[in-house]
Design a protein around this ligand. Structure first.
Ligand code: MG
Length: 212
């Protein structure tokens, strides 16, 4: 189910190279690119977009390697870090009746998915993420509303506007009032991604209707 990129969306991965991506320390991204797909290259580190975001919708598709002998966190592990701070887990959790906070679609260690919407390894799956950045007071010191995440996996809502009070483990930084990039995790497993795009969202809702 390769969703077509809407005209409003910004393409984050062009399908041919990783010129738009860096490692955490700013050097060239080392993942493999082939046939419109980027795949973790073990040991080369996480990859990070040049663009940074506040409120945003992110779409991406991922494919997990078939690792029948592996279990738990060693089975097809990667992750999608919104703003480089909040990890939505990518893992082979196919078939679990009650997925936990560390399973696929979990906001890592904070919120378990509402149900298991996973497909088996080697099948393409999609995440559509709606992220609302934390709100601060005028001075930028006090949080007035925490970050919120809605997550649709393979067309099914598995996180419904959940509140996330701080970064998950492995966050790039703790500057919660700053925009941040999209980060994809190298956890040593050969997870693939494709069709990655973002639509920046305005900070408040619109009260007018103006056809584009
Ligand atoms: Mg992970």
């Amino acid at each position: 189910m390769s969703a077509i990129r809407p005209v409003q969306a910004k393409e984050l991965f062009n399908g041919t190279d990783l010129d738009n991506w860096r490692t955490r320390d700013g050097s060239a991204a080392g993942w493999t690119v082939e046939d419109g797909i980027m795949t973790v290259k073990k040991g080369t580190g996480d990859v990070v977009t040049q663009e940074t975001f506040r409120d945003v919708q992110i779409h991406l598709e991922f494919r997990l390697p078939d690792m029948p002998e592996a279990t738990g966190q060693a089975k097809g592990n990667s992750g999608v870090y919104i703003q480089g701070r909040y990890e939505i887990q990518v893992l082979d959790s196919y078939g679990f009746n009650i997925p936990g906070k560390g399973d696929c679609g979990g906001v890592y260690d904070v919120h378990a998915p509402l149900l298991n919407a996973c497909k088996p390894a080697m099948e393409w799956q999609s995440y559509d993420i709606v992220f609302r950045a934390p709100r601060f007071d005028q001075a930028g010191h006090e949080i007035q509303d925490h970050a919120r995440i809605t997550l649709i996996q393979n067309g099914i809502v598995i996180q419904n506007n959940v509140q996330v009070t701080g970064p998950t483990g492995g966050a790039m930084d703790y500057k919660l009032n700053d925009p941040g990039p999209l980060l994809l995790q190298d956890h040593g497993d050969l997870v693939s991604y494709r069709n990655i795009w973002a639509i920046e969202l305005p900070p408040i809702g619109s009260d007018t209707y103006e056809p584009r």
